[in-house]
Design a protein around this ligand. Structure first.
Ligand SMILES: C[S@@+](CC[C@H](N)C(=O)[O-])C[C@H]1O[C@@H](n2cnc3c(N)ncnc32)[C@H](O)[C@@H]1O
Length: 236
């Protein structure tokens, strides 16, 4: 379901003002994610994509054993939630921003959760292959972000998806196959607020594609991508 533009703008505004107060509360964050987070300079700890993925990811892991998050953010919430919900998983998580990786690691230690956080520009510091690679990459179109949203706020690496917002989405789709185990899946979050699904789909040429909105009120869209002909059974 795509909401009319004025309704989307009102919802976006409400989320960014009232929502920001709620999201800035460590108590609310503890209640939503069950995590005790280290103090940060910037108060907003999570967004709608994170909220959607927090419910979807543990279910989407299937029989995965080794998983990787690309772009784990300053808190590392998703990977902490996944690692705590599925403690047998070998969870790795990277970010291009060294400060984010340091904070995420601090949160892991604080919460007694085992995640291997390390610095990498997409996959350039990554070794081996993974049953699931997941990412909520920066997907805001640059002009929109500069005009509306991010002046003086988050660093560009958090939101700037290039001219049409899909630069990182495309790079992930191109580079991921070299790091996917046989039968592995790539999960990417985008937002219908910024992109019609038909505009995102061409980024996923060569993949079998499933896409869904986990909830009608949340514009987050989850893309589940796999390479045809690489099922575990076909390769054994
Ligand atoms: C939209 S934020 C998502 C953060 C976190 N997953 C969350 O949901 O809160 C995008 C993240 O991707 C990271 N990022 C941007 N470009 C990257 C790159 N080339 N390689 C790795 N991480 C990158 C940013 O630093 C940021 O933490």
């Amino acid at each position: 379901m795509t909401l009319p533009a004025p309704v989307r703008s009102a919802a976006e505004f409400a989320f960014r003002t009232t929502g920001a107060r709620v999201r800035a509360s460590k108590r609310v964050t503890r209640w939503v994610f069950g995590l005790d987070l280290a103090s940060r300079k910037r108060p907003v700890l999570w967004d709608l994509a994170l909220l959607a993925l927090r419910h979807e990811l543990p279910r989407a892991m299937g029989d995965a054993q080794r998983v990787l998050e690309v772009g784990t953010g300053e808190v590392g919430v998703l990977s902490l939630v996944v690692a705590r919900a599925l403690p047998w998983l070998d969870v790795h998580a990277v970010d291009v921003n060294p400060h984010f990786v340091e904070c995420a690691h601090e949160n892991a230690v604080r919460n007694g959760v085992r995640v291997n956080f390390f610095v990498s520009d997409l996959f350039n510091g990554v070794n081996g292959d993974f049953d699931v690679i997941y990412s909520a990459p920066p997907y805001v179109p640059r002009a929109w972000g500069e005009a509306h949203r991010h002046r003086g706020g988050d660093p560009n690496c958090v939101w700037d998806g290039g001219e049409d917002g899909l630069d990182l989405v495309r790079r992930l789709a191109v580079d991921a196959p070299a790091y996917l185990a046989p039968g592995g899946r790539l999960l990417i979050a985008t937002s219908d607020f910024y992109h019609h699904p038909d505009d995102v789909l061409p980024a996923f040429g060569g993949y079998d594609v499933e896409s869904r909105r986990p909830s009608a009120w949340n514009p987050t869209r989850l893309w589940v991508l796999s390479r045809p002909g690489t099922d575990r059974e076909n390769l054994s």
